[in-house]
Design a protein around this ligand. Structure first.
Ligand code: PEP
Length: 248
């Protein structure tokens, strides 16, 4: 499985941030062992896709319907038309800020796959769930509820992102990451059969150039989803480079 390093720019960046993408694209070309992806804001998708080189560009969300009266929303087909090749579904910020349920995340992912996109489906416990010892159960249930029926190894990526680790500088221990990823792998095998063995499982939450190498040594960690540290090439490229070193 090829390691995937994906950046989520969230609601950050005007056109000037595309200069960072240019640097990322140039460096990614020199690290061919690793897949590199960036999800810019919708407003930058088309231009990002046009100048991304080997960096795969994707959306941060989509609607579950192909079109219609859904003010402010973007369909999976619209993302494809802008040059997107993947979409993040069910990021914890969408689950928390917009009340997205597993069923909604699954329907969005279903629409994404139907439009020919890869879905990066995010799952992860919050701090109270971790403290109460329910993290493994919560994540397994989220996975079961969020993976669409048309998923396979080529069109699905899972990102395990404990909400309490996002943007906080805190991360689970390597043992906790490995334990969770093993559970996710076992659950994927149950859900989609042998295809589940080849679905990439990313870790996300305060990944940086210093901790990525160790995180990639955890069992069943096939890459990372990065928020804050993906906004500048100076912070993102050491992550890509470390992942390339581990993959060699
Ligand atoms: C994220 O939002 O998906 C994320 C992992 O953010 P950060 O890297 O900033 O913790």
């Amino acid at each position: 499985m090829r390691t995937l390093i994906a950046g989520n720019w969230k609601m950050n960046g005007g056109r000037a941030i595309l200069a960072e993408l240019d640097r990322i694209a140039a460096a990614a070309a020199a690290a061919p062992a690793v897949d590199v992806a960036i999800a810019p804001p919708f407003t930058l998708l088309a231009e990002a896709a046009a100048r991304a080189g080997g960096v795969v560009i994707g959306g941060q969300d989509c609607h579950s319907a192909p079109k219609g009266a859904h003010t402010g929303c973007i369909s999976a087909g619209m993302l494809v038309e802008m040059g997107a090749r993947f979409v993040i579904c069910g990021h914890s910020e969408r689950r928390a800020e917009f009340g997205e349920s597993d069923a909604l995340v699954r329907s969005k992912a279903h629409a994404a796959l139907g439009a020919g996109l890869t879905a990066i489906v995010c799952i992860g416990e919050d701090e109270a769930e971790r403290d109460e010892g329910r993290a493994l159960m919560v994540v397994a249930a989220e996975l079961e509820g969020s993976v669409p029926p048309n998923a396979n190894a080529a069109n699905l990526v899972i990102s395990y992102e404990p909400a309490w680790a996002i943007g906080t500088g805190r991360t689970p221990t390597l043992a906790e990451i490995g334990e969770m990823h093993l559970i996710i792998r076992a659950k994927l095998l149950q859900l989609i059969g042998e295809e589940g063995a080849r679905v990439r499982i990313l870790y996300g939450g305060s990944v940086n150039g210093t901790n990525i190498a160790a995180i990639l040594t955890c069992p069943e960690v096939n890459g990372a989803l990065i928020g804050g540290a993906s906004l500048t090439a100076d912070q993102f490229l050491p992550i890509v480079q470390a992942a390339a070193n581990v993959s060699q």
